[in-house]
Write a protein of this length. Sequence first.
Lengths: 466, 51
Amino acid sequence: MRTPWNSFPSLRDAINVGGTPPPGYLIGAEHRTALGDLLQGSAIASGVENLRGRSVLIASADQFLAALALIEFDGLARRMTLYPPDLALEHLPYVMRYAEVDAVVSDGSFLSGASIGAAQHAICTPALVPRVHASQERLPTEWILLTSGTTGRPKMVLHTLASLAGAIGASESHTEVIWGTFYDIRRYGGLQIYLRAVLTRSSLLLTGPQEPVAKFLQRAGEAGVTHISGTPSHWRRALMSPEADRIAPRYIRLSGEIADQAILNSLRSFYPDAEISHAFATTEAGVAFDVRDALSGFPASVLTGTSGVDLKVVDATLRMRSSRTAERYLGENPPVLKDPEGFVDTGDVLELRDGRYHFQGRRDGVINVGGLKVHPEEVEAVLNRHPQVRLSLVKTKKNPITGALVVADVLLKDPSTPEGEHARELQQTIKQFCRESLAPHKVPAAISFVAALAISQTGKLVRRHG
Amino acid sequence: MLDLGLDSLCFAIIVSRLETVLGVDPFSENDDAPFPANLGEFIRFYENAVE
């Protein structure tokens, strides 16, 4: 579905609309750039025209530079791949190969030591240089977002500006909107906020690399942020900071995780003047809907009453079809993204209680730790490599801070189950073994030694999901 | 709380371990309880829950 906000040929055209300078700024921890300055100046010192038509990978420690690069290359590159800051560089060759990357745009240090083969390397900097030549020709740039995959390799999801911006509606605000996001813009949830700001020519405040939440809240207060977004885990962190009262937002958005009633109530109580909305979206399916009644879950009427989105529940999971869904996956043996009718299976299990659907977790057992996905199979593969481990089962444990934690049942090769100090030592050893090859949120927070793990008749571990 | 240098994940693990040791999770027991913003509030949060 075409809307005023997803009909622009490129981000640059959105900024340049109307012939008046855009009022907004991109504001990072160290730098700020007026959107209007990007029309006359360029953040790519070596020039962008020589990268026209290329498949560009954008990789930087500071997302502020990625925010500049997206405006530089949308409509100019054939394809843009956003490399998330927490994705290990060991996946870079795979991503570059399957996204057919022939140019890399970085901050000059993020990729230090990593090989980019024959790809051209351009540096993005906040110090703009005069734009030498600006062609009016626009390419329909493909946007590649990376999301967590079963084997540790990222899944590569192909979107367009139109699909990404499909859920963005006209602002009803008559006063200046200043966006802020706890969520990194290289992830779908953060990117939605970036696009809301840039397409409406508004300001956007971004977190710096490893910026403490207290400092970000201070900056958000000083910048006068009016609209701010994060995962429920981001918001729990914010509310546990003495700086939480630095901001006075008019609009608070939660996405990326299940919003429970406790966080909705806490936000309502702490920011009584803010409109609070929790959105359901996935990288593949796009934004499904926003819930604005301050209650967790969503009313059953949403299934039939969401404009522009077809929703249905099949086998207790939510399926979605709309112009906001991604086109397809890239990568080795890419799975099919949509069924023959165009529906994307979100894999999110729902339960209907008293006319309201509640999310029960994932059918495939994916664990959501503070908005970051963990595939149990990836963690089990690491655990099973430990010389003392015969088999393991990774599960989710509900947690009030990050929504969930990863825990593991481990069957040891030695049939005598260790106890006491010996058990604690071995648990620590196995956790350390996991830390060496897994991101911190994937390392089991607790390991239990079990006498047996159930195996089904087909020889697979018995899992209980959802 | 976050000035202690703990990120959300560390904090989540502490809450999980306290639940194992003390048998209570005050965060999940009351949807309307405010989040503790400093160590003193955090300790009182647990003392109240254990009582």
